[in-house]
Design a protein around this ligand. Sequence first.
Ligand code: ZN
Ligand code: ZN
Length: 345
Amino acid sequence: MLTTLVIIVSSAVVLALIYLLADRALSAPRYRGPRTDHFDGRRFHNLEPPERKGFIDVLRWQLTSKRGRWNEWTDNDPASLPPPRVGGKELRVTFVNHATVLIQTGGVNILTDPVWSERVSPVTWAGPKRHRPPGLRFEDLPPIDVVLISHNHYDHLDIETLVRLREEHRPRFLVGLGNRALLDAHEVSDVTELDWWETANVSERLGVMCVPAKHFSGRGLGDADATLWCGYVVRAPGGNVYFAGDTGMGSHFAEINKRFGPFRLALLPIGAYLPVWFMHPVHLSPGEAAELHKTLKPRVSMAIHFGTFALGDDGEFEPVDELRRALNAESRFWVLEQGEGRDVP
Ligand code: ZN
Ligand code: ZN
């Protein structure tokens, strides 16, 4: 009897310790600051419901999931090497993979959510892995001046890549509130934290504004929504560029467009949209991205967040097939090959 009790108590203590250790190791540090319309003093939240799904929903998804088909591995065609810099009002965009995009304009080179790692996961031996190499080799990057990070999910904030960028390029990192502590912990310096609607000037003529997104954040067990998620608007002399980050449909699109649109280029996510009941609050579907292209009327939209990591139930080619079905033939909604670069009119 006593032995059973000892076993139960010691197992509980061991489990609690494992939980605490795992949580400490895997969770991002927590943001502290004044309350706002999207921060309650402890957690960030979206401006409108529905809120994020909970742990029970994750379980339900895992138990009922019908995964679409992905090829085990696909090599990319050779990349179009980006020029060292693009001056004046010219704008060049290169799609690396997933949410990693190189934007070159006004003599400044900007990289969004850079990920060169094999897996987007807290550990190197499990979790979503690449089905394609990065479209551009890290060594082939031009000098990077600015890195935009939309939120701390592993497929957007890849510490290994940020450390390498810091060592080899010394860029300035822009992040949402609360994300600097994680970068500090890995000695990634020159980080500017921004709240929604705050701007950082990155050159004499270029400003970057942090804008709302409808999403969530967290890297571990105890840091749900403890750091801010966002999109960015690059305000450039030749026209503004909108990087939506990870986001579901919401009224923020109209507000951002009212303030800074119509955009010259809008980077819109189209993947990880299935199953709808789980993904819809936090990710755009290809149909919704097509709808945004029609209502926001950017000169060019470009699809991101597809084809590299299997994060939803949608198969490898479903997002692009679905997007093409939803668009007119004449819509200027680009789907670039991984590693492809284009001049934006
Ligand atoms: Zn995310
Ligand atoms: Zn994502």
